[in-house]
Design a protein around this ligand. Structure first.
Ligand code: AMP
Length: 190
């Protein structure tokens, strides 16, 4: 199996690239943000809980998120592998993912990160907010809070994967095609 964490700050293009790469590599794409939004739309208990955090740009608590992620993986027992998008976002999520995959005789092959500067991303997210229907993309304060969550809790995961020799940074600025090609060069080696 090829299990890849597609990493990067909010607005870096993870969702767009994951959609293209899952086709190319026949992988299952799990976006925890998308699963939460689906649950919010369907007014499930999980959705009601997640909404409180997402509306503020805060992270949803680890235990809830980890359990949801495990359920999504288990729904796809026949997968060739996974692209994890938006997960893990904390060290405890990363550790839980490692344990969960090890129990299945699997592992993360690599964290592939889209590297883009924060200033460019705030502008990109505000632009996306005009059409995405995502309320967390329209308010600059909420966007700033998402970056704060990213910088304080998520960015350290680079060190976590680097310590295992598993971190691969890719320049995330350019056309969608160019970035897909850069990512594919790394995916091919994993
Ligand atoms: P995203 O679609 O990845 O930008 O995620 C949107 C929002 O969903 C985030 O701002 C968080 O509130 C929540 N979320 C998504 N993934 C996670 C995660 N792995 N851990 C905690 N919260 C998450």
């Amino acid at each position: 199996m090829k299990n890849i964490v597609l990493f990067g700050p909010p607005g870096a293009g993870k969702g767009t690239q994951a959609t293209l790469l899952k086709e190319k590599y026949q992988l299952v794409h799990i976006s925890t943000g998308d699963v939460f939004r689906y649950n919010i739309k369907n007014e499930t208990d999980l959705g009601l809980l997640a909404k409180k955090y997402m509306d503020e740009g805060d992270l949803v608590p680890d235990e809830v998120t980890i359990n949801m992620l495990k359920a999504e993986v288990n729904k796809n027992a026949d997968a060739n592998g996974f692209i994890f998008d938006g997960f893990p976002r904390t060290e405890s999520q990363a550790k839980a993912l490692d344990i969960f995959l090890t129990e299945k005789g699997e592992q993360i092959n690599g964290m592939v990160a889209l590297e883009v500067s924060e200033d460019l991303l705030v502008a990109r997210l505000l632009e996306r907010g005009k059409t995405s229907g995502r309320t967390d993309d329209t308010d600059e304060n909420k966007i700033r809070n998402r970056f704060n969550e990213y910088n304080t809790k998520t960015a350290i995961l680079k060190d976590y994967y680097q310590a295992h020799g598993n971190y691969f940074g890719v320049n995330g600025v350019g056309s969608i095609d160019d970035i897909t090609n850069r990512l594919a060069e790394v995916f091919d080696t994993l």
